[in-house]
Write a protein that binds this ligand. Structure first.
Ligand code: P6P
Length: 338
């Protein structure tokens, strides 16, 4: 009957968020309104990404199409959509986007109490070959109710109220946490609604997959090299792990959440702080990973404890199954002592 009930008692993301809101009687629904605007942005980007291939037939990005219109690059378009959706929600005061060098301070008439950090289209270099890409976001509350200052978005990830991503692939999947567990929703295009398809996601405690760009191996530090060596040539007779690396963070993290294992983008000699951005890649994915029972480590500390100094700061990241990340932490701790 549960399956039948699911068919007629559709748990949409809107209903889900309102249910969450009802657990906070003091809430005035601002957060639900903010999330509904983020969801709107994702629906728009999903439609645009699905047409991207077609868009190429009528004019490459950055050139003019047959109608002589300027064909916007998809990541630029996505950024404009999210900035407009977030500002028009009337619930935000500061926005930090991967696409914008400076933070956006919302005009007073439209200002709310939330700060949103986001990558509107992460992995966009993969669009042309059809690899899944995604939007990643995190939400902070303004620290001091009156003035919005840059410090309001330079908070440690553990202060986030919510985080999530929307993956544009074979289906459009929205994974969200508001701090009490992790849930996944799939867009039903015929309804234009995200339906709860992955309730209460929990990552396996230990996994059989490691996910890293092996092409950077010559630049890795000792602990990372040792960990990857252990994945490939386990000393304790256990089977070697499989390597799965898509090169699109949302897709690699989504697989890690559902199948288990560990995703790593370590520091290396070329990029001592790694490649991934703290505010809108490392923090949201680490927040989700912890909500799913996994963990996330920077090579020095718990990722969510990091206090960023700049809005586009990078950090190394090791995230995934609890036991797998413990092994990495032990290798870094041993190097500390040596
Ligand atoms: P590399 C995509 O460009 C991205 O920002 C992430 O989505 C992805 O995890 C990473 O970079 C891939 O980087 O150096 O392995 O190509």
């Amino acid at each position: 009957h549960a399956a039948e009930a699911m068919k007629t008692d559709l748990m949409t993301i809107t209903r889900f968020v309102l249910n969450e809101q009802s657990k906070h009687p003091e809430s005035r629904g601002d957060f639900s309104i903010l999330l509904s605007h983020i969801v709107l942005g994702c629906k728009f980007v999903c439609a645009a990404v699905n047409k991207a291939g077609l868009a190429k037939l009528i004019g490459l990005a950055g050139e003019t199409n047959v109608q002589g219109e300027e064909q916007k690059k998809l990541d630029v378009l996505s950024n404009e959509v999210f900035v407009k959706a977030l500002v028009s929600s009337g619930r935000t005061c500061i926005l930090v986007s991967e696409e914008d060098e400076e933070a956006i301070f919302v005009e007073p008439s439209k200002r709310g109490k939330y700060c949103v950090v986001f990558d509107p289209l992460d992995g966009s270099s993969n669009i042309d070959c059809g690899v899944s890409i995604g939007t990643i976001f995190g939400v902070y509350m303004l620290k001091d109710g009156d003035e919005s200052r840059l410090e309001d978005v330079l908070q440690p990830g553990k202060n986030m109220l919510a985080a999530g991503y929307c993956m544009y692939g074979s289906s459009c999947t929205f994974v969200l946490s508001t701090g009490s567990g992790l849930n996944g929703f799939t867009l039903d295009p015929s309804l234009g609604e995200f339906i709860l398809t992955h309730p209460d996601i929990k990552i396996p405690k230990k996994g059989k997959i490691y996910s890293v760009n092996e092409g950077n191996a010559k630049n890795w530090d000792g602990p990372t090299a040792k960990f990857v060596e252990k994945c490939k040539f386990p000393k304790d007779g256990s089977p070697a792990k499989s390597l799965r690396y898509i090169g699109s963070m949302v897709a690699d993290v989504h697989r890690t959440l559902l199948y288990g294992g560990v995703f790593l983008y370590p520091a290396d000699k070329k990029s001592p702080s790694g490649k991934l951005r703290v505010l809108y890649e490392v923090f949201p994915m680490s927040f989700l990973m912890e909500q799913a029972g996994g963990q996330s480590f920077t090579g020095k500390e718990r990722a969510l404890d990091l206090v960023p100094k700049k809005i586009h700061e990078r950090s190394p990241i090791f995230l995934g199954s609890y036991d797998d990340v413990e092994e990495i932490k032990a290798l870094y701790a041993a190097e500390e002592k040596a």
